[in-house]
Design a binder for this molecule. Structure first.
Ligand code: COA
Length: 438
């Protein structure tokens, strides 16, 4: 072990530069080449890297200090003494100040190149190269971040806070809003997307190719388009597909409908799916949660939204307290909510508060699809039309009614193994609803 003095190396034409950002603190373990601090002249800012890996013992500079070539920046404890190169001809920028059995010196790597103008252009906020790099990695548009450092400088913490607010949905970046607007635009015109570095939306004179008709996009479609666009862009979503054997459940459903023929209540597979999903959500509570900043909000209620196709566009009525209701009651309420949705009569209360959503295309067809999560929920189940398939039972193929399931989940909250387990569990329940009682 040795204690090295890390010094400011040759910084070119600058006699003295100000320390404007400290990127490490005592106790930090750092890698060789890692940036230690940012300095700024009247023309440019640059980062001073470390020549060695080690642990920061003591900082010898503070914000606002003026430093010059050779100024000691910090003391670094390193086991890396053997790797210290002989002193370079120019500046001995690293001194071993305490080593049990050897003493040597080494030159620091050159400072990272000045990469920005200090007199920031109107569209270029003050930020050090490492903060810019960090923002780029997160996809954070730096010009939208309010800097809290000196002269409005954007710090690492500012970028983190901005990113958290966007994730929590309390801030929308102009870039995302612009893309949403672009996707909502009936004409596809506008410079939106440029902020994300995307090429412009294609502008085509369709009439050149044949007759066309133009229609205004409805209010509900515009609202859902904006929400879907935000959710598709901002959520790192993954979809797992699986099948559930609903042969027995379908037989039970048909029998139930016969029994209830007189009452007029029709039970569809969706009612069973809601019940089965509640059981799976209880088993895997992270699927019944929302992200709120750095916290996960686990909900102790089970309100299930279901996508309804209406003449005005997609609506999502919410069946409240599904855990406390039986299949027949769920079916009755669902039919009422779906009717209201089609008639455009849903109240705001009937469209809010869902903790999980099901989108069923079972009455229409298809095999699998990738539903978009209804933020701030963290998962959504897509269901398609069941069909009879040959299933191997170990001895022979049996005709079984199989229901295709597509579970989309937010990878920030859920991992792939949990999603696969959720689907397996859900399929088990649909295979034998008695498991709901367990
Ligand atoms: N497999 C096979 N058949 C199914 C099925 C499935 N998974 N789900 C429903 N069906 C059958 C029903 O049993 C019914 O059959 P029947 O007429 O012989 O009795 C028929 O399909 C129609 O069912 P539906 O009226 O759609 O009832 P539902 O309870 O399944 O769904 C709504 C109700 C409101 C969800 C549905 O009408 C709807 O709007 N679906 C579209 C949702 C949507 O647009 N999602 C995409 C969002 S991106």
């Amino acid at each position: 072990m040795a204690i090295l003095e890390i010094k400011v190396p040759d910084i070119g034409d600058f006699a003295e530069v100000a320390v404007i950002e400290l990127l490490v603190k005592p106790g930090d373990s750092i890698k060789a080449e890692q940036s230690l601090l940012t300095v700024e002249s009247d023309k440019a800012s640059m980062e001073i890297p470390s020549s060695h890996a080690g642990v920061v013992k003591e900082l010898r500079v503070k914000l606002g200090d003026k430093v010059a070539e050779g100024s000691v920046v910090l003391l670094l404890e390193t086991a890396d003494v053997a790797a210290v190169a002989p002193a370079a001809a120019n500046v001995p920028a690293t001194n071993v100040v305490s080593a049990p059995d050897r003493s040597t010196t080494s030159a620091l790597p050159a400072p990272h190149q000045p990469t920005e103008q200090t007199q920031a252009l109107p569209h270029l906020p003050h930020a050090s190269p490492s903060v810019r790099k960090f923002a780029r990695e997160l996809g954070v548009p730096l010009n939208e971040v309010k800097g809290t450092g000196g002269k409005g400088r954007v710090t690492l913490q500012d970028v983190q806070a901005f990113s958290r607010s966007v994730m929590a949905g309390t801030v929308a970046t102009k870039a995302i809003t612009a893309v949403a607007e672009q996707k909502n635009s009936a004409t596809g015109e506008g410079a939106a997307g440029a902020a994300l570095g995307l090429i412009p939306w294609p502008k085509v004179d369709f009439a050149k190719f044949g007759p066309i008709e133009r229609k205004n996009i409805g209010r509900i479609q515009k609202i859902s388009a904006a929400n879907l666009t935000r959710n598709a862009i901002m959520i790192p979503a993954v979809t797992n597909h699986d099948d559930a054997d609903i042969t027995d459940l379908e037989a039970f459903r048909v029998q139930l409908n016969k029994e209830n023929e007189k009452s007029g209540t029709k039970v569809t597979m969706l009612a069973f799916l809601i019940k089965a999903c509640v059981a799976a959500l209880k088993q895997f509570p992270q699927f019944n949660s929302s992200l709120d900043g750095e916290q996960l909000v686990l909900k102790k209620y089970w309100h299930i939204g279901f996508a309804a196709d209406t003449p005005n566009g997609l609506m999502v009525p919410v069946l409240k307290d599904a855990d406390q209701k039986g299949i027949v009651q769920i079916s009755t309420e669902m039919a009422e909510l779906a009717k209201k949705a089609r008639e455009g009569k849903l109240s705001p209360a009937e469209m809010t508060g869902a903790s999980f959503t099901i989108s069923s295309l079972g009455g229409i067809g298809g095999r699998y699809f990738t539903p978009i999560i209804n933020a701030p929920e963290v998962a959504i189940l897509g269901v398609c039309k069941s069909r009879t398939e040959p299933v191997w039972d170990g001895k022979a193929f049996q005709p079984r009614l199989m229901l295709p399931l597509s579970l989309t989940w937010d990878h920030r909250v859920i991992d792939g193994a949990a999603a696969a387990r959720f689907n397996v569990y859900l399929a088990q329940i649909l295979g034998d609803m008695r498991r709901v009682l367990l």
